[in-house]
Design a protein around this ligand. Structure first.
Ligand SMILES: Nc1nc2c(c(=O)[nH]1)N[C@H]1C(S)=C(S)[C@@H](COP(=O)(O)OP(=O)(O)OC[C@H]3O[C@@H](n4cnc5c(=O)[nH]c(N)nc54)[C@H](O)[C@@H]3O)O[C@H]1N2
Ligand SMILES: Nc1nc2c(c(=O)[nH]1)N[C@H]1C(S)=C(S)[C@@H](COP(=O)(O)OP(=O)(O)OC[C@H]3O[C@@H](n4cnc5c(=O)[nH]c(N)nc54)[C@H](O)[C@@H]3O)O[C@H]1N2
Ligand code: SF4
Ligand SMILES: [Mo]
Length: 825
């Protein structure tokens, strides 16, 4: 795309819409001129008028920190952490303060537009021209009505990434059901962190990330979660780290990773592991915990005769172990664990056996102790099994639902919508329901255990299998750039009618036929129930700090407006919803009967405080018994049936060392991973498969300044992106000096990283604290759109050399499984 021409088109647009009065406020807000901000406006203004503080939620990462937004004379000039928000506690991470850069990004879209250039590609100028909101919404609705008339409504898909709550992503399900498409909506979890969720689903029945009681834990065994630079909620993790490391007793931390990062550096012990082998280390830790009698007897149970019969290499007699809240320990030991000695694990992981024994003893003798994980061990083809082995340690330590242990997040006390979507399904919707698979084939025989497979979409469309997409709408996701092997998307989206909702000219937008831009998070009214945090329920609210400064519309309102234009009862449903504010007012009615701890009891008080929350968490496991909160204490003991219904949701109601969930898919797992069907349920060692023929692992982690794929156009963020790097035109590849020298690469040399898919380039940075077999390059580099700061750097987008290979169980893309070579460019 030629940036200048696009700017000119936008300039033309602003003139038109300003004349029409539609964007009057917007134009005044930015100083009267579209496109580039005039220099005099960029200078600090003398303060005049009242300063207003509004509550909002930072929109950069899934931490969802509550923020106080300071606005004076219609201009937002400061953002601080909200003292009343339990995640922010008055603090922010280094990105949180940069929200104004999103709001005042000069490259933002300034109103709805349509494409005039039918050709699509990186070098094609879309030729956007401004249109009215009515034209945009009518065009989209006409397409959708037409598809429905032809019986092809399934060829419409919504894709979403960072959805927030009831007022946006929460509206998707009803849309799919009423309009009649299985593709509303396809989430991005399979290019995010689906692996840890599936590991938990397989063992304790919760298809979810955990909540954690970090404040009260005494030991964290961390497998590949970047606690102090990513993971979530990042800001709070840094705060609680301070607490954990200064309380008495101090929380000790062992971190297992493949490279030096802030978390490794701050931990008591940094363990370098060969990529994709975390499961082997976790199994050996379990082996030591069992042979040395370090398991939690009250949660796990014990030998009937009280004598520990776990000995390396020796099976235990059938029926000798009386299980409490676990299932399958005998088979796990006899068929897998008895041979998983620390020495065996050393041969797989390169971690010395004595380190494994030390870690196992520390973990096994400290209470409470938890094992955490995220994308490190799970972004590999054996990711679910790695994750199961790690999570099994939490059963052995007895930390599930215990003080200082791990929980599952409760949802907020939301009121119902004003209408029930079931009452608005017409015959067409009923008939087409379940008739067609999703375009990504998640949940079909091809990916039977995956909840979503967004990364398969492009290829499926190109092949026309299961069908070709006709129209696709994107909300907060950009797989044409963030998915593995994104060039396939560049090909696929050429003949799909694309609707993009982003405020920014990202890569998806460059392929868009219609742009229906959202305002940025500082201009939106939007709810956001917390991501898994400490377990008790919480829902924050964005209150617009300023009216939208351009002619934009909240995505939820766009969706509702499209819905209103769909023929038949679908339209009636959306007319009843009416708008986002109405939806939120109905949700907030739930607080009337369940006021928050901070006094929030309705929509107005929610707006004033910015967050509703209600402590405590309702359940507690204490010495092998489960109790429920009765309003005063954990006083009501739960029956096993209640535990199964509310907490351990497996088929057996126990933590399963022999997973019923996996056994239900035994043939599939045997076929895909070569695990014999009779043992698929056990947490076990499964050899990973690497993609590519290279000799070096390639890891593309997140850094503190990185906001998924969205921070590329923030000058501060991009300049500080890589700790050992800087500057907007520099991309560093971290290489161990020995690895580099062996290839004749000097510190600072331009290098080429090559996989089966091609190559990208970067500058070599010697980093002696990473594994010599592992190259490291953060993912945010190498945008070809997204605004002037993001564009035009070295061709350093790691995704382009990352093959589209996934864990067959969770469906998570194996981002960290690629093997590459490196040479001087
Ligand atoms: N600052 C910041 N925080 C974020 C985000 C952000 O964009 N920026 N995004 C959020 C999102 S969407 C997500 S999904 C989470 C992800 O949170 P994390 O999973 O914590 O983040 P990653 O950086 O993907 O990977 C974690 C670590 O895994 C390591 N690793 C790679 N391969 C292996 C392996 O085989 N074994 C082990 N043990 N380690 C390995 C990497 O070196 C890296 O340090 O972060 C969230 N938090
Ligand atoms: N190589 C490599 N690739 C990775 C990763 C990695 O570690 N390495 N990490 C993966 C992970 S964990 C994740 S979660 C994914 C994230 O990948 P995606 O799901 O693609 O999410 P983002 O990159 O955040 O894309 C955001 C899109 O939303 C748009 N956007 C920004 N702000 C707004 C807004 O306010 N409203 C709307 N409607 N749109 C907005 C942006 O313009 C952009 O088009 O990337 C994955 N890709
Ligand atoms: S941790 Fe995430 S949500 Fe919180 S301030 Fe930083 S970027 Fe924003
Ligand atoms: Mo993610």
């Amino acid at each position: 795309m030629k940036l200048f021409e696009t700017l000119m088109n936008r300039r033309r647009f602003l003139k038109t819409s300003a004349a029409a009065g539609a964007a009057g406020a917007a134009v005044a807000g930015i100083g009267g001129l579209p496109g580039l901000t005039p220099v005099k406006e960029a200078h600090a203004q003398p303060v005049r008028g009242e300063t207003r503080v509004t509550k909002n939620i930072c929109g950069q990462c899934p931490a969802r920190c509550g923020i106080d937004v300071y606005t004076t004379a219609g201009r937002v000039h400061a953002i601080y952490g909200d003292l009343g928000n339990p995640i922010a506690n008055g603090k922010l991470c280094p990105k949180g303060h940069l929200g104004t850069y999103f709001l005042y990004d000069p490259d933002r879209f300034k109103g709805p537009m349509k494409r005039t250039n039918p050709r699509k590609g990186r070098d094609e100028d879309p030729g956007f021209v401004p249109i009215s909101w009515d034209e945009a919404l009518d065009t989209i609705a006409a397409r959708l009505n037409d598809l429905r008339d032809r019986g092809e409504s399934f060829r419409f898909a919504h894709f979403y990434g960072r959805g927030w709550g009831a007022s946006d992503a929460g509206l998707y399900g009803d849309f799919g059901k009423l309009y009649g498409t299985p593709n509303s909506a396809i989430g991005h979890a399979s290019i995010c962190a689906e692996g840890s969720k599936r590991a938990k689903q397989a063992t304790d029945g919760n298809n979810s990330y955990n909540s954690y009681d970090y404040r009260n834990t005494n030991y964290i065994l961390n497998f590949g979660a970047a606690f102090l630079e990513a993971f979530r909620p990042y800001n709070y993790l840094m705060q609680v780290w301070g607490h954990m490391r200064t309380k008495s007793p101090q929380t000790r931390v062992t971190t297992v990773d493949v490279r030096m990062n802030p978390t490794m550096a701050a931990s008591d012990r940094a363990v370098y592991i060969k990529p994709a082998t975390d499961g082997a280390m976790a199994l050996a830790i379990a082996h030591v915990m069992l042979t040395e009698g370090l398991w939690d007897q009250e949660f796990v149970g014990d030998f009937r005769d009280g004598r520990n019969a776990f000995r390396a290499g020796r099976p235990i007699p059938r029926g000798s172990f009386e299980e409490r809240w676990v299932r399958g320990i005998e088979e796990w030991w006899n068929d897998e664990l008895k041979d998983r000695t620390p020495e065996w694990a050393e041969s797989i992981t390169t971690v010395p056996a004595r380190t494994i024994v030390t870690v196992a003893r520390e973990f096994g003798t400290t209470r409470p102790a938890m094992a955490i994980m995220e994308r490190g061990p799970t972004s590999h083809t054996n990711g679910t099994y790695n994750g199961m082995a790690i999570h099994a340690l939490n059963a052995l330590s007895g930390c599930l639902f215990a003080e200082g242990g791990m929980y599952y997040q409760m949802g907020p006390s939301y009121g119902p919508l004003p209408v029930n979507s079931d009452d608005f399904m017409d015959d067409y919707a009923k008939e087409i329901r379940g008739k067609y698979p999703r375009i990504d084939k998640a949940g079909t025989a091809e990916w039977p255990m995956a909840g979503t497979m967004i990364q398969e979409t492009a290829e499926h469309h190109l092949k026309g299998d299961p069908y070709k997409l006709d129209t696709a709408m994107f909300f907060y996701t950009n797989p044409i750039w963030t998915a593995p092997d994104p060039k396939v998307w560049e090909e696929a989206l050429k003949d799909v009618f694309i609707i993009d909702t982003s405020p920014f000219p990202g890569e998806t937008a460059m392929y868009a036929d219609i742009i229906v831009p959202e305002p940025t998070y500082l201009e939106r009214l939007q709810d956001s129930p917390t991501y898994p945090f400490e377990g008790w329920p919480m829902a924050a609210l964005r209150v617009p700090a300023v009216d939208p400064i351009y002619d934009t519309k909240h995505f939820g309102d766009t969706l509702i407006e499209i819905g209103k234009r769909i023929k038949g009862p679908t339209g009636d449903f959306y007319k009843a919803l009416d708008n986002v504010e109405n939806v939120l007012r109905h949700r907030a009615k739930g607080f009337e009967n369940d006021p928050g701890d901070n006094g929030v009891r309705d929509f107005e008080s929610w707006k004033a405080k910015g967050v509703w929350y209600k402590k405590p968490y309702h359940w507690r496991q204490f010495r092998g018994e489960f109790y429920e909160w009765d309003g005063e204490g954990y006083n009501r003991q739960m029956t096993p049936e209640e535990v199964k219904e509310k907490l351990i949701k497996t088929p057996s109601g126990k933590f399963e060392f022999k997973s019923g969930f996996l056994e239900a898919h035994a043939d599939y797992i045997q076929r895909e991973l070569g695990v014999p069907a009779r043992r698929v349920g056990l947490p076990q060692w499964v050899e990973p498969t690497s993609s590519g023929e290279g000799d070096l692992y390639f890891v593309t982690p997140k850094t503190p300044m990185h906001a998924e794929g969205r921070s590329g156009n923030i000058p501060h963020a991009i300049a500080l992106m890589q700790p050992v790097a800087g500057g907007r035109t520099t991309v560093y590849l971290e290489i161990h000096p020995e690895t580099a020298r062996a290839r004749g690469i000097r510190n600072g040399d331009r290098v080429r990283i090559r996989s089966n898919l091609g190559f990208v380039e970067a500058y070599c940075r010697y980093v002696a604290s990473n594994r010599p077999d592992t190259l490291v390059m953060p993912m945010e580099h190498g945008h070809w759109a997204q605004g002037r700061w993001a564009r035009g750097r070295l061709p350093g987008h790691s995704g382009e050399i990352t093959e589209n290979v996934s864990d067959p169980i969770s469906g998570l893309a194996s981002y960290y499984a690629g093997m590459v070579t490196v040479e001087r460019a």
